[in-house]
Design a protein around this ligand. Structure first.
Ligand SMILES: [Zn+2]
Length: 139
């Protein structure tokens, strides 16, 4: 049976990992900034369950998954969003899409379905381009 795919993912609220980060106060407080990836995730990739990492792209299992299967793929260089990216970001976008394809293919092969999405505007909590690859029910 193919799991449901189109589950509204209006925002990442409640999905973002709470750490690890650099100081005790931050460890006990949820991240409240606007760029989780530059501020937290990309600073300590060893703390993540990484499935792919190269000089341009990081992909890992979400530490607080919203769906049964939930990975996130991000460019290492800061790009605010898909719709603000420019021709200057082409190499990073190309590299990102290659990894998104690999991760989505793996999820599709393993579970029979995958969703690939990125939030924009008010739906995008963390203002660093990131692509969710997910499958299954909302947790
Ligand atoms: Zn960033």
């Amino acid at each position: 049976m193919v799991p449901p795919c189109h589950v509204a993912a209006a925002t990442c609220h409640g999905v973002l990992p709470r750490g690890p980060v650099g100081c005790d106060d931050e460890r006990v407080q949820p991240y409240t900034g606007s760029d989780f990836y530059c501020d937290v995730a990309l600073r300590d990739t060893a703390a993540l369950d990484v499935v792919h990492e190269d000089e341009r792209v990081l992909a890992y299992h979400h530490t607080r998954p919203f769906w049964d299967v939930h990975l996130v793929v991000v460019p290492k260089r800061h790009i605010s969003s898909l719709t603000t990216a420019t021709a200057a970001d082409a190499e990073d976008l190309r590299a990102l899409l290659v990894v998104v394809q690999q991760v989505a293919r793996t999820v599709e092969e393993r579970y029979g379905a995958a969703c690939v999405e990125t939030n924009l505007g008010a739906y995008q909590d963390s203002k660093h381009l990131h692509v969710h690859v997910h499958c299954g029910d909302v947790r």
